[in-house]
Design a protein around this ligand. Structure first.
Ligand SMILES: [Zn+2]
Length: 817
């Protein structure tokens, strides 16, 4: 989506602390934000050791002071002096990332100031190594630093609130060291027992007006296998959200308000604080439990329009601690602007996420698309407009100037959404699926400004290639989406046919498509947003100077509609697995180009993609060397180009699937793709409405692999995944074949395949093709397990030449004659 242009029990201190029922969350929250330092917990430090898994922090000299407890838990400390932090990367992948950010093989940094935020017994650990003495009382260093963390959108406060209020300090254990280093400014080292990858090291960086987290290393503690820690994405989730009933309104003035009744199913007992994600533009007025009791809640302060968010969370304090498996319904009431935007007459843009409370997932970890919920949505919207939402329309009435519609999901879905506006609706059917196009009757503001340029005889845009200012309105016409409603309907139908053939059934009863401002696309289950340019005709796109028309139209629509399979039908477990969504969508876009246009055009686009991968990123690095596609969103950082994440995860992810398709090609079958289709349909069926991980997909590939793919002779695809999914390298191949007439009238072929640029144990399956006149036929594959392979054979038929890589079969540089 988003195509184009995420242990020790603390010391109970004194009689004043109140635990469990009746604990005052509000006071706790304020104390956590601005703690009072404890004058009796001050110490001079001399080589004090703090160890968290592979993280070693040493307070060489200086002093440390702890804060007074909140809810009975000592949770904060400040340090001034001389300290060092050292972290040994646990594996080559993390070592590569650390080096990318710091140029260091192992992290070693010295710091002069630090704050510690914790619920894991840091004070007891330090207490054994120091002697308490009297210290100052009025130090606001921690509070100031906490404020700075919040100013950049760091959601640390709700997380420590959760732990301090929990009865289970082991399961919710949290540790954050915020260290002011000489080399890299403030860096954060975190150990979070609620995350499958507990250890994280990184820092916040300014990118334009916003702050972005650079993740130097993220890995599981205890030497666990990072490829399998997300196998059960629900394992460390605090709760699941099986169902929603949302009564919402949207106004002509682009305001959104809602009462969201959310069924919460706690997975663990003893939790007082539940953390949700909610756009901070939406301000909560109340949160109530099932009995109608008002609950305490905390949100980050409201952001200014288009400015940095201070955190998009809602921390809700229950009156009673949770009991495992005892579901309850929480009722959230909220309202706000800047979640729906008015972008022209009758044109509205509705943000895809954050408009209802979902599970708190502000950090890279388990993905929101790993879970599914039932949704019932009731909307009140201006009667003069049309509203469309996820699910099927279960009711529609009018009430004065408003229309009231009800939408119910047919199966549990990962995300719910809606769009509304002054639409013209065109409906059609592909098999049992109803396709509805909702196209705006009026151009949006962007389209309007472009139109003004065209209509202005002196504007540059109106000037043709020869600089003439002849009447251009005739050529461009009126720029509205609605004129193309029928075409879009047909095109969407075409893409569904191709994807159903390759991937299996479309998961919903209808597909609604609506235009959106700008060059952007986003899909909800059964509801698709597509950028306006895809609704324009080719003359209009030409006039706008859009060069790669295929990318802007067939590819883009194919990519976005395929997310109904990649993301919605099959979700993904963690940020490591996002390529299973975006890479597969990229592949699907180019597959659609092959069918809608032709093979040649799709191969042209594949080659462009391969070029993107080798393009120079910042610091003279090639995009494909920034990290493996398994890194997911970690590729988007202050040391990479803004487009590199997409160029890597989307593009290489798509290429990985293309390589597998080519390895599975069965040239002797009337449908050469039949093995690939069987594999993809099995994948969709096995993970139907469930999330998959990279390793899950690998297991499916191993189930369907052919003998020629079994290069290790163990029926495993480790060689392929290690190289292309978990690796960053690209081989260079040189192929040379000679064709000579043998004495018996047969043809003798001798070929050599040489490889460079990768380690000696590299392996590839390289398909070979024979050319007879204009005809190209697949002959077989070379198991390229050595740097040099030679192939000699005799064939009965005359051929013109022998080649490799005819269908962009390899992520490799290929030279051949
Ligand atoms: Zn996408």
């Amino acid at each position: 989506m988003h195509r184009m242009l995420r242990i020790v029990l603390a010391l109970l201190c004194g009689a004043a602390s109140v635990r469990g029922q009746g604990a005052d969350g509000g006071n706790t929250w304020n104390t956590l934000a601005a703690p009072a330092m404890d004058p009796t917990k001050f110490a001079v430090t001399e080589n004090v050791e703090i160890a968290r898994d592979r993280v070693h922090i040493k307070l060489v000299s200086g002093n440390i002071q702890f804060a007074k407890p909140a809810n009975g838990v000592v949770f904060a400390a400040v340090f001034r002096g001389e300290g060092i932090v050292m972290v040994d990367p646990p594996n080559p992948t993390e070592a590569q990332q650390l080096k990318l950010f710091t140029r260091q093989e192992r992290l070693a940094a010295s710091f002069s100031e630090a704050t510690f935020t914790f619920s894991d017994g840091l004070m007891e650990e330090v207490e054994k190594q120091v002697k308490w003495k009297d210290g100052p009382g009025g130090d606001d260093f921690y509070a100031r630093r906490q404020q700075e963390r919040e100013d950049i959108g760091g959601e640390y406060l709700p997380r420590i609130f959760k732990s301090v209020m929990s009865a289970d300090h082991k399961r919710t254990a949290y540790f954050l060291a915020d260290l002011k280093t000489k080399e890299a400014g403030w860096i954060q080292v975190r150990d979070d027992a609620m995350q499958p990858e507990e250890i994280r090291v990184g820092r916040w960086m300014s990118v334009g007006p916003f702050k972005l987290a650079d993740y130097w290393m993220i890995f599981p503690a205890g030497g666990r296998d990072p490829r399998h820690v997300y196998d059960d994405p629900a394992e460390r989730q605090d709760f699941l959200l099986p169902s929603y009933k949302i009564n919402a309104f949207v106004s002509e003035g682009a305001e959104l308000g809602a009462t969201a009744n959310v069924t919460v199913n706690p997975r663990y007992a003893g939790e007082r604080v539940l953390l949700f994600e909610l756009d901070s533009n939406l301000r909560l007025s109340s949160v109530k439990d099932e009995k109608g009791n008002s609950l305490e809640f905390h949100q980050a302060r409201e952001r200014k329009e288009n400015s940095q968010s201070y955190g998009d969370y809602a921390a809700v304090v229950l009156n009673e601690p949770t009991q495992t498996g005892q579901a309850q319904i929480l009722s959230f009431v909220y309202q706000g602007r800047h979640v729906v935007y008015r972008v022209g007459d009758g044109n509205y843009f509705c943000k895809s996420f954050g408009w209802y409370p979902s599970a708190f997932a502000s950090e890279l970890g388990v993905d929101e698309f790993a879970f599914r919920s039932d949704f019932e949505l009731n909307f009140r919207s201006p009667k003069k407009y049309i509203l469309v939402a996820t699910g099927h329309k279960a009711g529609e009435t009018t009430d004065g100037k408003e229309s009231v519609t009800t939408w119910k999901s047919e199966i549990p879905i990962a995300a719910a959404g809606f769009a509304f506006g002054d639409y013209k609706v065109v409906t059609d059917k592909v098999g049992d699926v109803e396709i509805q196009v909702y196209a705006n009757n009026q151009p949006d503001d962007l389209l309007k400004s472009i139109q003004r340029h065209f209509d202005d005889p002196l504007s540059d845009l109106a000037a043709g290639p020869g600089g003439s200012h002849a009447s251009t309105q005739g050529a461009v016409g009126i720029l509205t989406a609605s004129a193309l409603g029928k075409t879009i309907n047909m095109e969407a139908g075409n893409s569904l046919k191709v994807f159903q053939n390759y991937f299996g059934p479309y998961p919903y009863k209808q597909l609604a498509i609506t235009n959106i401002i700008g060059s952007y696309g986003q899909g909800w289950p059964g509801l698709l947003y597509l950028g306006w340019f895809t609704f324009l005709d080719s003359t209009q796109r030409n006039a706008l100077g859009i060069r790669n028309q295929t990318e802007m139209t067939d590819f883009f629509r194919g990519h976005e509609s395929s997310h109904q399979w990649w993301g919605h039908r099959v979700g993904w477990k963690s940020y490591h697995d996002q390529w299973l969504s975006e890479g597969f969508a990229e592949f699907s876009g180019l597959l659609y180009v092959q069918y809608r246009e032709n093979m040649k055009e799709s191969l042209t686009q594949w080659r462009l993609d391969k070029q993107h991968l080798a393009e120079a990123d910042l610091n003279s690095l090639k995009t494909e060397t920034l990290g493996p596609i398994w890194m997911g969103r970690r590729i988007r950082s202050s040391v990479t180009n803004p487009g590199s994440y997409q160029n890597l995860i989307y593009t290489k992810g798509g290429y990985v699937l293309q390589m597998l398709r080519m390895q599975l090609m069965d040239a002797r079958n009337p449908d050469p793709d039949h093995l690939f289709k069987e594999m993809m349909q099995d994948y969709c069926k096995t993970f139907d409405n469930k999330p998959a991980s990279t390793e899950d997909f690998k297991a499916i590939v191993e189930k369907h692999m052919t003998r020629s793919m079994d290069l290790d002779g163990n029926h495993k695809m480790d060689w392929f995944f290690n190289e292309y999914v978990y690796g960053t390298e690209r081989p260079q191949y040189q192929f040379h074949a000679t064709v000579t007439d043998a004495p018996d009238g047969k043809i003798s072929v001798s070929a050599t395949l040489e490889r460079a640029g990768v380690p000696g144990n590299w392996k590839d399956v390289v398909p070979m093709y024979v050319h007879v006149g204009a005809k190209v036929q697949r002959l077989g594959t070379i198991a390229a397990t050595h740097d040099k392979e030679t192939v000699n054979f005799v064939i009965p038929q005359k051929i013109d030449k022998l080649t490799i890589n005819e269908y962009e079969d390899l992520i490799a540089d290929v030279r051949q004659q």
